[in-house]
Design a protein around this ligand. Structure first.
Ligand code: IPM
Ligand code: MN
Length: 342
């Protein structure tokens, strides 16, 4: 096992707390992890005036992977850190596959009365769509003000994420892939997504396909999520659907994600789906499981599937042992999982 050079960005709020537990588990399962901490987020922004200095971005690019906690703080206007740091990293490192697994772990409380077997993965496009910031504001502050926000969808961008989704679906037992969009209204972007999806599906005859509009998919995700195996969708639909997916599978405290650059040209970045939760920051009560499960995705991505499985098994044991309503201490959860994988 070669050494892993890991860049660590704790970030804001509960970010540093949960990342500390992720690192505990990671170093217990993989002996040779060399970490470098990067001070980014609200505090660094107030100090330097820059969400992500170019020199720091260049240093991050030299790592094998990035582990990120959470970004966002009430002291910074909305969008500054989200766009200037988190999205800038996703775009700069071409993280076009935003992988977000959703699974009901045994023993986990779900709001669904009869959930069945829920174990799917959402592949959210990560570099295009409404997130690119195209558009503008005219006549700002005037009664006739106009704001536009354009969704950018390129054939190359859609094709590469759709191909990745088919490849991942083909490797799973159910081999089922659902495209989610809104082709009845968004005919330009939806047309491109549908045509590319149909073209790529010809090369994957073993994968069964389905299409759903995003409103219907949102409904099925809360009424019958066990129908899904792999979902591929655009950046904003994927953002919304994965919060719904988290809510029906035990809450945002368990939801892991990977921002992957499959070409390996840039480091991939692993982060919990949840935000910085300033209301509970510093109290040691945040659930580190989402971050710990993100380290399992990191291990898988770097070619350590057995280590990833050990982490997932230890998490499963931790969740089974939990009693609903019992107080949770961030560091204790990390200690238990780290001990279980050692
Ligand atoms: C997420 C978050 C981000 C997103 C925000 C913080 C920019 O909600 O990772 O899902 O919208 O992608
Ligand atoms: Mn989100």
């Amino acid at each position: 096992m070669g050494g892993v050079r890991l860049a660590v960005v704790g970030g804001d709020g509960i970010g540093p707390e949960v990342v500390a537990e992720g690192l505990k588990v990671l170093s217990a399962v993989l002996p040779d992890v060399e970490t470098t901490d990067y001070d980014l987020g609200a505090t660094a922004y107030h100090r330097t005036g820059e969400p992500l200095p170019d020199s720091v971005r260049a240093e991050l690019a030299g790592h094998d992977a990035i582990l990120l906690g959470a970004i966002g703080d009430p002291s910074v206007p909305p969008g500054v850190l989200e766009r200037g740091l988190l999205l800038r990293l996703r775009f700069a490192f071409d993280h076009y596959v935003n992988l977000r697994p959703a699974k009901i772990w045994p023993g986990t409380a779900t709001p669904l009365a009869h959930p069945g077997e829920v174990d799917f993965v959402v592949i959210r496009e990560g570099t295009e769509g409404l997130y690119v910031g195209a558009g503008g504001t005219l006549a700002k502050g005037f009664p006739h003000e106009v704001a536009t926000e354009e969704s950018i969808n390129t054939r190359v961008g859609v094709q590469r994420v759709v191909e990745d989704a088919f490849t991942r679906a083909a490797a799973r037992p159910r081999k089922h892939l659902t495209l989610v969009h809104k082709t009845n209204v968004l005919t330009q972007a939806g047309g491109l997504w549908s045509r590319v999806f149909a073209e790529v599906s010809e090369r994957f005859p073993a994968v069964q396909t389905a299409y759903q509009h995003v409103d219907a998919a949102s409904m099925f995700m809360v009424t019958d999520p066990s129908r899904y195996d792999v979902i591929v969708t655009d950046n904003l639909f994927g953002d919304i659907l994965t919060d719904i997916a988290a809510a029906v599978t035990g809450g945002i405290g368990l939801a892991a994600s990977a921002n992957i650059n499959p070409t390996g040209a840039f480091p991939s970045m692993f982060e919990p789906v949840h935000g910085s939760a300033p209301d509970i920051a510093g109290k040691g009560v945040a659930d580190p499981i989402a971050t710990i499960l993100s380290t399992a995705l990191l291990l898988e991505h770097l070619g350590h599937p057995k280590a990833a499985l050990r982490v997932q098994e230890a998490v499963a044991a931790e969740l089974i042992a939990r009693t609903a309503g019992a107080p949770l201490r961030t560091a204790e959860v990390g200690d238990r999982v780290a001990t279980a994988v050692s």
